[in-house]
Design a protein around this ligand. Structure first.
Ligand SMILES: C[S@@+](CC[C@H](N)C(=O)[O-])C[C@H]1O[C@@H](n2cnc3c(N)ncnc32)[C@H](O)[C@@H]1O
Length: 216
């Protein structure tokens, strides 16, 4: 089975149920706080923020509060989307996957919220394309995810036959020539500092979607 159909058939709701309480107790997390700090000089340019893979909505809620922006989110778990509409009624949340996002328009900030490692490799470039479609030129793209010096995959902890895919995701956007890395902080899945263990490595990367160099 592929990751997407497993998430469609129940793992997205199971993830929500497993993590809801922890997220409620950690409503303000360190990487999101750092992202908001990096974006402070551009607050006036950021009116709309979309998180892809938004889970319980706590991260995009924190981002929106920190930047004074209107929040939207997309997430495969129907239970999570119902929870978001009850808990954060100001967030526009929709059920969907990163490779086919049920939003149109151009956001000022698109946040890829720790879901790319779950994307089947055959859908990966569609997710990149969807993120790009939804971000306006002159906008900001943030990515929090596993980040390794070379791409590789591990068995997914909750189901045999599925994989977590680890990769330098920002490099794919930069290779297009359309994005510039503004800031990057490399930390660990278990602590907020660099980890020598490649398997634990996570990063928060902030990118700018160029305009002027293309005359656009
Ligand atoms: C590790 S959680 C992160 C949730 C949230 N962004 C956070 O940081 O708390 C990954 C989330 O991505 C969702 N997800 C899984 N596959 C996805 C896909 N292909 N596209 C979008 N989201 C996906 C899961 O249902 C889950 O809510």
């Amino acid at each position: 089975m592929k990751n997407k159909s497993y998430f469609e058939k129940g793992e997205a709701n199971a993830w929500f149920q497993r993590n809801k309480q922890a997220l409620e107790q950690n409503a303000s997390d360190a990487p999101t706080t750092l992202l908001i700090e990096w974006l402070q000089p551009f607050m006036r340019d950021i009116d709309t923020a979309l998180e892809i893979g938004c889970g319980t909505g706590h991260r995009v809620h924190q981002i929106a509060q920190g930047l004074g922006a209107k929040a939207s989110g997309v997430e495969p778990s129907k239970e999570a989307v119902t929870y978001i509409s009850e808990t954060f009624p100001e967030i526009i949340a929709k059920v969907g996957f990163g490779d086919d996002i049920p939003f149109s328009g151009a956001f000022d900030l698109v946040h890829l919220g720790f879901f790319l490692y779950l994307v089947d490799r055959k859908d990966y470039l569609r997710c990149v394309s969807e993120a790009d479609r939804l971000l306006r030129p002159g906008g900001f793209l943030s990515i929090v995810d596993f980040d390794t010096p070379k791409p590789y995959s591990n068995p997914y902890a909750h189901q045999d036959g599925l994989y977590s895919h680890k990769h330098d995701n920002a490099a794919v956007f930069v290779a297009s020539g359309l994005y510039t890395v503004i800031n990057k902080y490399q930390f660990s899945h278990s602590a907020f500092h660099f980890d020598k263990d490649i398997n634990e490595r996570v990063s928060l990367t902030l990118l700018y979607k160029e305009t002027e160099i293309f005359g656009g």
